[in-house]
Write a protein that binds this ligand. Sequence first.
Ligand code: PLP
Length: 823
Amino acid sequence: MGVSFIPADEVMEPVVASPGFEGFEKRLEVEFWDPLGFANPSGLRAIPRNEIDTMLSAAECTIVSALSNSQFDSYVLSESSLFVYPSKIVIKTCGTTQLLKAIPLLLKSASFISLEACRCKYSRGTFIFPSAQPSPYGNFNEEVVILEKYFGHLGNGGKACVMSDASKMHNWHVYVAASEVAPLSSETYTMEMCMTQLDRSSAALFYKSPFYRSAADMTLLSGIRNLLPHSEICDFAFDPCGYSMNSVEGNAHSTIHITPEDGFSYASFETMGYSPSMLDLGSLVDRVLGCFKPAVFSISLSTAGLCHSQDAGSWGVPVCPRGYVCSGTTRHEMPGGSFVVYHTYTRILGGDSTVMPLALFPALEKVASNGYKSKNSEASLKPFLYGVQPLRESGGAEVIGPTARDMDSFIRKKIQSTGREDAFYVLDLATVTRLWKIWKSAMPRVHPFYAVKCNPDPQLLSMLAALGAGFDVASKAELEAVTQLGVAPRNIIFANPCKLPSHITEAAKAGVVYTTFDSEGELYKLKKYHPQAEVLLRFRADDTGARCPLGVKYGAEWDECYHLLEVAKTLGIKVAGVAFHVGSGASDVNAFAEGIKAARKLFDMAESLGLPRMTMLDIGGGFVSDGGAGVKFAAAAYEIGNALEEHFPRETMADVRIIGEPGRFFAEEAFSLAVLVFGCRVRRREEGNKTVVEYWINDGIYGSMNCLLYDHATLSVRALPVASSGGGSSGSSSGSDCESSSEDEEDDAPLLDVELHPSIIFGPTCDGLDTVLSDVWLPRLQCGDWLVFPRMGAYTKSAGSSFNGFAVPDATFYVHCGAAPEM
Ligand code: PLP
């Protein structure tokens, strides 16, 4: 009887939450030896299960099923797989797991059974959602720093490289360190395939459905069972979709992990321990492709141990499956006599490109032509947003693909088409919309009033206004920026507790009544310049671990509050409510809950003083979108929701308007900064006899990177070869200004095959303090190449200066990353 299944379109869930699940795994392989000859013959297999569980929980995953044979143990994990051989362990974890955190626990467990690490290989592809990764993942040079801490003592230290295809879109990041003292183990071959943009009906098989529910059904129906027909399989189906399996056969394993969701579909296949003579690699690859039919895939082949070069070579020959074109092949010798070969392939027919055609951003176009009646705002926005250059005139927001690679190719194209030398920002409007949806679904009771100080980019403000945001302004200029958009005055709060008289007068003229205060003097000022003001008492509610604490300057102390409310009553100023801000970049969810609890006490205090019942609660900012340094947004939203239900229950306090003042949450992730490398120097460091490459870029501490000083930011960066890949910009023509290095010839070669070097990045001004990153691993770049700094939207441009005549970048390009926006 044939098995029927629901067609892909009906089974697939719509992709609403983004970023979606990260399928690309981090993979750690560590080999051990027994220097003293004391170890138990079972080796690592003797590590107790509770220690394995603890190690996995540090990496943020758990075991969901297990299968062993006489040679090794295999485990399917909540996020990928673990294999424990007597002298080798392989851990592969996907999503936002913290694989490197497992290393110290692994080394400790091994040392209890007299084993010492003698080789480490860490590898991963290029994440689909790099900004969703917690630090240090997503920034390979930071991952390498951690690996070096644990394995840098092996041999002459580890070697890290980023292998790339011709488009530099699909990178393979590899780190290997190997002891020269430990005896080489027997030859081992590993093949890893990473496949993206899976065929929709093939991917649909990995959703649980009424017709086929079990992992065993999926294994059979998809063809996975036939890949290695003699192996024993342990499979697992996730709810509502997703699949993992491990197979064991003698001393060899294979493993598959599938994320079937459309938009970020991904499958990986790995096999380790089969020798080239046992396995016809070409036909295995064909069978794997038959299961998933990806549009793009890569193969990484690697060896370890004592390899016969002939066999190693046969694994290195590029196979080019039918229907695909090979877009790059690179090979690297690694420590311990091993090597890695990396091939990338793209489907020929169908021409599915990840980069979508250029288009204007229709949502704002619609605002431009029709006006916009926001659900949340009290008045419709003006037919078009005054003072803001319409997107059509500024070149529109180009629709590009969802990955960092798509962003890089957009940036490269801009540089090459305009020949520009000045640094510039790119704002992804899709990120703003996505974060808006996340906020509204996680905290439906809290109306966001965007804090303009964080980043006053006019299109960002327009976009938020169109979505229905209110605004927190702290000065006359910020007030003007939002009143020009036609935002209703009751959707604006002048959230500066100590204002200049002329600024108060402007607010009064604009009809903006909400403002905060935390001193008696401010009440007298308001009485004089804006008697209609409706004030919110800002009280102190610190998160002491916040990145930028605010409590030393703002927020009335608890014992001052009663008196301040009394003064307001005496002056006849309407007290609308209370406000707090736990500090920017909050680290403690409890700080929000404590603030809400204290706010309720102030509501009660005001009533006990005979003031009319307050109707506004402002829980401030401090929020960080996922991937940024700070408290997880979902955790904060959950605690806030609970605290609101407890202290401001809907049943009795539905009339209380609850607002927040998020800045960083909406701005940080949405902006990337592109800067030009205009100076390079190679220096030899005394210690370790290592060389360091120093770069000068055209933005720095006095410009956008002031966030290092004032916002206590941690920056990450990726290289964007432009001059070295043969594409010129005006920057590349200034290459003659750069000091030449002995590696000049290399500089002219395309950066296809990338080795990372310890590097320093300086800003452009004459101050030594103007050092942007002092310990970063980068490929060797030359003048005219560029760097991209992601997550650069918060407290960057807004706080920069033009010291030394270097102005903060004034250009911003607009994109919409991902599928075309809804009309
Ligand atoms: N509201 C006020 C009064 C602030 O001072 C700040 C930041 O300093 C914000 C809101 C925005 O905070 P965040 O960017 O952490 O959300």
